[in-house]
Design a protein around this ligand. Structure first.
Ligand code: SF4
Length: 385
């Protein structure tokens, strides 16, 4: 079973922290939509016969900048090229300023059954700092609008660690989402990525990022609060009420195949070794031009050996509540972590970062989750002891 990812790079504004590929100046969406339809058709002729598609995900950028007709044209291309008879989930990322009920109802009629909503904060100060295109009123109204349009499968993104954000704001953000009964929450710390406005502000001394201690404290609060309200902490950044986990993202974390379309989209395909990964060009005009010339709009390709895949599996699985399945790691990737990393496992357990190995699973403790990258580095099968 495979997933399809459609990258829609249009945004109303430049959020200060964002390092995704997006443009704010497109006059028309048509060249991109038509190019993506051709790319979907081309990839379907290569891969469509291998396995059915179970999830489609419109990400960005801001997919909700598309008209209903444009969403429909892209979905039709997916349905025509791939076996979508067993689709489980069709998600579209939505910004609160695009959440008119008529538009949302139209999305549902087209078959979108899950919304991932980029709220980020319910507070005007935070939204202004981040240069989000929506305001407090839109942030506070979007869940009701989605429900009114018939959506029950909703996710809300929230960001913590905004400089000078009072702890009470973060607690109130979580409380508001929980009170609204949002079944899925993705919470991220504000990170300072290179080539972003925020990075520039930090470099010039205009903004002082939150400290690591503050971020860790907010994260611990988030885990406690959301678990206390019935949410399953099923991935480092993801919390879901029972039955509301993201099918599409869960597939990423378990090394399932996915095909990405549009500028900057990534793909992964593993049917026999080596596995392959590729990424499309990060430029709208180049992407459209290459597709028009019937060339692949790809500027990065790599093949992945079993050792690299084993590293990736450990990295991805550690992020989840399932943890690293030692039997699967041995059977599928040929790696015996208990033998190869025995010292690291003992050290991390002694430091309280992983739980004692039970049922042949390695799982992070809460402390380990706050230090996930460091723990992962120690456990990668390829790392030195
Ligand atoms: S809306 Fe999303 S993709 Fe667009 S600039 Fe903001 S964070 Fe980036």
């Amino acid at each position: 079973m495979a997933g399809l990812y459609l990258h829609i790079p249009f945004c109303a504004r430049r959020c200060v922290y964002c390092d995704f590929y997006f443009v704010t100046t497109a006059k028309s969406h048509t060249p991109l939509v038509e190019a993506m339809r051709r790319e979907i058709e081309h990839r379907a002729s290569e891969y469509g016969g291998f396995e059915p598609v179970e999830t489609i995900y419109f990400g960005g950028g801001t997919p909700s900048r598309l008209t209903l007709d444009e969403v429909d044209r892209l979905l039709q291309a997916c349905h025509e090229g791939f076996d979508t008879r067993n689709l489980e989930e069709v998600t579209l990322e939505l910004n609160p300023d695009d959440a008119g009920v008529t538009y949302l109802r139209g999305l549902r009629d087209l078959g979108i059954d899950r919304l991932s909503i980029g709220v980020q904060s319910f507070y005007a100060d935070d939204l202004a700092f981040m240069n989000r295109s929506h305001g407090e009123v839109q942030a506070r109204g979007v869940v009701d609008a989605a429900r009114e349009a018939g959506f029950t499968n909703l996710s809300v993104d929230l960001i913590f660690g905004i400089p000078n954000q009072p702890a009470e704001y973060w607690a109130a953000n979580l409380e508001r989402a929980v009170r609204a009964g949002v079944p899925h929450l993705s919470t991220y710390s504000l990170t300072v990525e290179e080539r972003t406005v925020l990075h520039n502000q930090v470099e010039r001394g205009l903004v002082v990022p939150a400290s690591d201690d503050e971020l860790a404290e907010r994260y611990r609060f988030t885990m406690d609060y959301l678990r206390g309200h019935g949410y399953e902490h099923y991935e480092i950044s993801s919390f879901a009420l029972p039955g509301a986990r993201s099918v599409h993202n869960s597939r990423y974390w378990s090394h399932r195949n996915y095909l990405g379309f549009g500028p900057s989209a990534h793909s992964f395909w593993w049917r026999g070794l080596p596995a392959r990964r590729w990424a499309n060009v990060r430029n709208l005009a180049s992407y459209v031009s290459l597709v028009d010339q019937r060339q692949e709009p790809v500027d990065f390709r790599e093949t992945l050996s079993l050792d690299t895949l084993a590293d990736e599996y450990v990295m991805l699985a550690l992020r989840t509540d399932d943890g690293v399945d030692l039997d699967l790691l041995e059977d599928r990737y040929g790696t015996d972590l208990l033998e190869d990393r025995v010292d690291a496992l003992a050290r991390l357990e002694g430091a309280g970062m992983i739980r004692p190995v039970r049922n042949r699973r390695v799982r992070l403790t809460d402390l380990g989750k706050t230090l996930c990258d460091a723990v992962t580095t120690e456990l990668l099968p390829s790392s030195e002891s």
